[in-house]
Design a protein around this ligand. Structure first.
Ligand code: AMP
Length: 401
């Protein structure tokens, strides 16, 4: 099936055209800094993927999608001659609330419910919804699917998803833990089961999505039973620019002390904190590792804090599960940073997670899922390569088929 994957962010658009049978990617598109004067959109086609970059200043994310569809329909290098050749469109949605418990075919009813959950991810969901409307307008006969970051976590029990607040906030506003990166955690768990050669239903896994954003999930018998991200993707681990969990009283204290308004406080917690806030240099782990290597003390402190918080989360979920067979590392940092994996697991050997240094250090195996613990480590450690677009395409194709 030929699936166009649309992954719309607040100021970005990622899209791929994927032939799902062979997992062949035929087109890649990345629009960045959308809304800014230097916004660009790069579109490239198989086999060479030599991209052409267009200036898209003044366009919204959904207007970038219109431009992409036009390029797909008219560019001589495009793998399709007409948009009718696209069998389905798979849309990534950040939040699905309690209503959406799995990937969903978008009809009028689903579209209405999408509007109702927009406020749960106000920066992301409305943009994705407008992209869905754009496709409905331009390709009215092409089935569309919404794939939710939150859906995988809908199996969490109430003791994990409720916050100890007055119950009326859950009753009136559905304030609860929703989690995120669900598609990634689900995929990482299934791939780890394949690596271990055992049915996912028999396993207890701790999946660690460590990228710019980061979350860790306890996956018991194939189901998410708890995760570090919460009502929004701000809770949990220390991230590139997000604080993760802090004492909530700090927020009201700063707001009172400095007269900081709500939106500004939101921005400080989401965009100025985390690894960037502590290092004072960058939220990008590669930059910070490099600076620490060169002797920058605050970068080293940021790394120490990052590692410590990941270790505590893994330890917490080890306690939450009745058995742990493997810890799975995925996403930019989890897959690529042997140094950080070594730091993280050097503190977890006493729990039976014993890294094999040589296997961990192997380079040149980018994109290959593999086990990096010693043979008789009681709990295995795996690396799974994340590929969000392929996963969305597969879920879309399964539902449409
Ligand atoms: P993602 O959000 O999954 O794209 O991950 C992005 C994060 O992964 C950034 O902080 C990158 O610096 C980090 N990253 C990517 N490659 C490496 C690497 N080789 N070593 C350390 N961090 C990396």
């Amino acid at each position: 099936m030929l699936v166009l994957v649309v992954n719309a962010g607040s100021s970005s658009l990622k899209s791929q055209l994927i032939q799902t049978e062979g997992k062949h990617v035929l087109m890649k598109c990345l629009a960045q800094k959308v809304g800014a004067p230097d916004a660009t959109m790069t579109v490239s086609f198989a086999p060479g993927f030599q991209g052409e970059t267009y200036g898209v200043a003044g366009l919204t994310v959904e207007e970038c999608l219109v431009k992409l569809l036009d390029i797909l329909a008219t560019d001589p290098a495009s793998p399709i001659g007409s948009l009718d050749e696209i069998d389905a469109v798979g849309n990534r949605l950040v939040a699905g609330g309690e209503y959406f418990t799995g990937a969903t075919l978008i009809d009028d009813g689903a579209r209405r419910h999408l509007a109702e959950v927009e406020e749960l991810a106000p920066l992301h969901n409305p943009v994705a919804d407008r992209c869905i409307d754009t496709v409905r307008r331009l390709l009215p006969d092409t089935p569309q699917v919404a794939v939710f970051d939150t859906a995988f976590h809908q199996t969490m029990p109430a003791k994990a998803y409720l916050y100890p607040l007055p119950m009326r906030y859950y009753d009136d506003y559905s304030i609860r833990r929703y989690g995120a990166h669900g598609t990634s955690h689900r995929y990482a768990a299934q791939q780890a089961a394949n690596l271990l050669g055992r049915p996912l239903q028999d396993l207890g896994l701790i999946t660690c999505h460590l990228g710019n954003g980061g979350s860790i999930t306890a996956v018991n018998h194939g189901e998410s039973i708890d995760t570090t991200m919460g009502f929004t993707p701000l809770e949990g681990l220390m991230m590139g620019t997000r604080s993760g969990s802090i004492d909530p009283a700090i927020i009201t204290y700063i707001m009172r002390r400095e007269g900081v308004p709500f939106d500004e406080m939101d921005r400080i917690l989401n965009c100025e904190s985390g690894v960037l806030g502590i290092s004072g240099r960058s939220g990008d782990m590669r930059d910070v590792l490099e600076a620490a290597e060169a002797g920058d003390e605050r970068s080293q402190l940021a790394i120490d804090m990052y590692v410590y918080r990941v270790q505590k989360a893994i330890g917490g979920f080890y306690a939450a599960m009745t058995r742990t067979d493997a810890v799975v590392m995925t996403a930019g940092i989890g897959e690529n940073s042997a140094a950080l994996r070594e730091r993280i697991f050097s503190g977890l050997a006493h729990m039976g997670m014993i890294l094999d240094k040589e296997r961990n250090d192997v380079t040149g195996q980018i994109g290959v899922n593999r086990i990096i613990s010693i043979d008789d480590s009681p709990i295995k450690i795996c690396i799974v390569t994340a590929d969000e677009e392929i996963r969305i395409a597969r879920e879309t194709a399964d539902l449409v088929a």
